[in-house]
Design a protein around this ligand. Structure first.
Ligand code: ZN
Length: 304
């Protein structure tokens, strides 16, 4: 895909708190004019790749600047196909289950749940199994079709920002690994507020740029990927939510579960282990919980 300068825009203010006190903190290593869209798949291996990054001197938020435009992001994500994401369905379900427990605890019940960036519907399928009424939106055409075929879920195709939805309707909106991928996080959070009913809850999961894992791995941090255009920390994420009319109810460190097969496949030097059919299926059956706590899981309630 040929890129033009209109595929990127320069920010003069912080996308979270709108302060104009921003400064460049890192020079990126992704070519703006020769970017391969395959690098933004959920399961990509492009660790340590970053855009030019700026930081807000007021709320400490870190973000890509120049930033890919909403239209460019939309066109990239609509074409994404990522079968290896679906292969990890079991592990991903394990990751998602605690979210449902926390939501039930905060809301004292269940209801209609709207998942933003629903991917192939693994989370919504799980929510439905536990008594929630599922709805969602997803940009990748392949993922929406997979959700329909595999789970009989009807997920809206397109960008959350532009799809028409009922106002003051949902008990829950979830954004799991979504907000760091879009140019205007504030717009998305405002929209989540509009579609939530009073006292409804927004659950958001996103990498924590100030986590121990991020500090230890430095420039090789696995969340430094072309797909990520925002790097939040607990403070900047709370600023975003409070300024948008939410009250913070709970903050946790998010843990991931993957199969040994998936983790090995992330490292080129270990790929020989998976060439053996017996070993390969053996590794697929071993779940590994990564208690890295390198993402923030936050619950915020809609208030007047
Ligand atoms: Zn800011």
């Amino acid at each position: 895909m040929k890129k033009t300068t209109s595929d990127f825009f320069i920010r003069t203010e912080c996308p979270v708190c709108l302060s104009s006190h921003i400064k460049q903190v890192k020079k990126g290593n992704i070519p703006y004019y020769d970017f391969d869209p395959d690098q933004i798949k959920i399961t990509d291996k492009e660790y340590g790749k970053i855009w030019d990054l700026s930081q807000c001197e007021d709320c400490t938020h870190v973000f890509a600047n120049p930033c890919p435009s909403p239209d460019y992001i939309q066109s990239l994500y609509s074409q994404i196909k990522d079968p290896s994401y679906e292969e990890e369905a079991e592990g991903r379900e394990k990751n998602f289950l605690p979210i449902l427990w926390n939501l039930i605890e905060i809301l004292s019940g269940k209801g209609e749940i709207f998942d933003v960036g629903a991917a192939t519907g693994i989370f919504l399928n799980l929510a439905r199994k536990y008594g929630w009424t599922p709805a969602g939106v997803e940009t990748s055409n392949w993922a929406v079709d997979t959700a329909a075929e595999k789970y009989h879920l009807r997920i809206n195709k397109g960008a959350f920002e532009s799809v028409e939805l009922k106002k003051n309707h949902y008990q829950v909106v979830t954004m799991i690994d979504f907000i760091e991928h879009i140019p205007h996080p504030q717009k998305a959070v405002h929209k989540a507020r509009r579609i939530l009913r009073q006292d409804g809850v927004l659950c958001l999961v996103t990498p924590n740029q100030k986590s121990l894992a991020a500090k230890i791995s430095g420039s090789k941090w696995w969340h430094f990927r072309p797909a990520h255009i925002h790097y939040f920390n607990k403070s900047s994420l709370q600023t975003l939510l409070k300024d948008s009319g939410f009250q913070i109810k709970k903050i946790r460190n998010y843990c991931w579960t993957f199969s040994a097969h998936y983790l090995i496949s992330r490292f080129e030097s270990l790929s020989f282990l998976l060439k053996n059919h017996f070993l390969s299926s053996f590794f697929k059956k071993i779940p590994i919980k990564l208690a890295l706590g390198d993402s923030i899981e936050i619950y915020a309630q809609k208030k007047e």
